[in-house]
Design a protein around this ligand. Structure first.
Ligand SMILES: Cc1cc2nc3c(=O)[nH]c(=O)nc-3n(C[C@H](O)[C@H](O)[C@H](O)COP(=O)(O)OP(=O)(O)OC[C@H]3O[C@@H](n4cnc5c(N)ncnc54)[C@H](O)[C@@H]3O)c2cc1C
Length: 415
């Protein structure tokens, strides 16, 4: 049965990827009257982001799903940076000051399913099949009127105090309110593949191979798969078994040839490094890829998006429940945008360093080996990658553990 939308909510969340699902879950748990829509049908997202870092697990723990997610993923306590068979740096996560001293490898569709299941069991829902088409900020000052369109062209207008734009890199909301998305695209494509293969290196490790031909990252996934990510100048649309074998044999370990048996999923994509000029335009606030995109080196994108969404939803809940003034939302951009800017810079440096050519590679390798021999440097790298160094940990009480004050999601299909 077709969903009927309400005409007014406190918060409209546009997009039900990891950021939108997180926002919806927090808003629901805080008893905020909200609606979450997505233009896509249910469960259509693919593997994509596979790395969940410690800080994200802490945030998901506040929501109550970290343990479920950990059960569905592979715990990886170590990252290594390598030049073929030589280890340049080993970054261990096992002494990090957290309940989750590791990186979790789990495909994005599972992370989204765990979030959506939790939301549903708490009585919340997502309304799919509605696309944000237009935003009116003038009719009703202080509120946003959003026009949504379904697959049959049916239109519906919703008035909201706040709109959380979690509608991804090509955010319609961001474009409609005219927030510039500053940055550029990398010249190379990125190849992503989930494969089955004979792999001689440790199974509980993420390995980054720096090579003049480009970066290649190999990481374990649940079910005996490995995720392979590589920069390629001109990649085929759906890289096949021969493409992945070639990437690993030219850039990976030389001591043991790799035999790839099966490509379960693969994709090619262009990566941008971009940051929204501001995270807020009146009642419209950006979260996740709508606010920032960058190289997948280090696997940070989805992570900071989930953290954005949890903080933003909590701050908005403080306002809509009358505990804080609207100006308190300024803290969102003040806290989260510098973190995104840092991640854009860090991943950009990693991507460029990984693909150096000629004599510069020797200097890079020497610098990495020298710095990587120092325990404080390795610890700082682990804190950085796991996103535990952002100063965000003490700054918001885990309000998401409070009981729902009322059932808040509107009628619609449930995810
Ligand atoms: C191939 C690939 C590999 C990646 N690998 C990694 C990785 O290893 N690690 C990592 O951390 N990150 C990775 N990323 C990035 C990660 O996938 C994103 O950071 C993450 O999905 C962002 O989540 P989000 O919720 O902000 O946006 P999205 O996941 O893009 O979700 C946006 C949602 O909004 C909906 N939507 C869009 N427009 C509208 C509209 N007008 N109206 C209604 N709904 C709309 C879409 O249907 C979608 O469901 C990768 C991305 C890609 C493409």
């Amino acid at each position: 049965m077709k969903s009927t939308l309400p005409t007014s909510v406190d918060v409209l969340v546009v997009g039900a990827g990891p950021a939108g699902l997180t926002a919806s879950t927090v808003l629901h748990s805080r008893g905020v009257h909200h609606l979450t829509v997505d233009r896509a049908p249910l469960g259509t997202n693919t593997s994509r982001a596979a790395v969940v870092h410690a800080r994200t697990l802490e945030v998901l723990d506040d929501i109550g799903i970290a343990d479920t997610l950990v059960e569905r993923g592979v715990v990886v306590p170590t990252f290594t940076v390598r030049d073929h068979d030589r280890v340049l740096v080993t970054i261990g996560f096992d002494d990090l000051p957290t309940r989750f001293p590791y990186t979790l490898m789990v495909p994005q569709n599972i992370t989204e399913a765990v979030l959506a299941d939790h939301l549903r069991t708490q009585g919340g829902s997502i309304t799919p099949g509605w696309r944000l088409d237009r935003i009116d900020l003038d009719t009703d000052p202080g509120r946003v009127h959003a026009d949504l369109v379904d697959e049959d062209g049916r239109r519906s207008t919703i008035a909201a105090r706040y709109l959380i734009a979690a509608d991804g890199m090509h955010s319609t909301a961001r474009e409609l309110v005219g927030i510039p998305f500053q940055g550029a695209a990398y010249p190379q494509s990125f190849v992503l593949a989930d494969v089955r293969m004979d792999w001689s290196l440790p199974a509980d490790e993420v390995q980054l191979f720096f090579s003049p031909a480009g970066l290649v990252v190999v990481a374990p996934l649940p079910g005996g798969h490995h995720r392979v990510v590589a920069t390629v100048d001109d990649a085929p649309e759906h890289p096949d078994l021969a493409d992945i074998t070639d990437l690993l044999s030219t850039r990976g370990p030389r001591s043991n040839p790799t035999h790839v048996h099966e490509v379960a999923w693969s994709s090619r994509f262009r990566v941008h490094h971009r940051l929204a000029a501001t995270y807020r335009h009146g009642p419209v606030l950006l979260a996740g890829d709508a606010a920032h995109v960058h190289s997948p080196a280090g696997g940070q994108g989805m992570n900071i998006g989930i953290q954005d969404a949890a903080l933003l939803a909590n701050l908005i809940a403080d306002v809509t429940t009358g505990d804080a003034p609207d100006q308190s939302l300024d803290a969102y951009e003040e806290r989260r945008r510098p973190i995104a800017r840092g991640v854009v810079r860090l991943t950009d440096r990693m991507t460029r360093a990984a693909t150096l050519h000629g004599p510069a590679t020797r200097v890079r390798n020497l610098a990495l080996r020298t710095a990587g021999a120092l325990p404080p440097v390795r610890h700082a790298l682990a804190m950085n990658l796991s996103e535990l160094n952002t100063g965000e940990r003490q700054t918001h009480a885990p309000a998401t553990r409070r009981s729902p004050r009322r059932a808040t999601s509107e009628p619609g299909q449930h995810r």
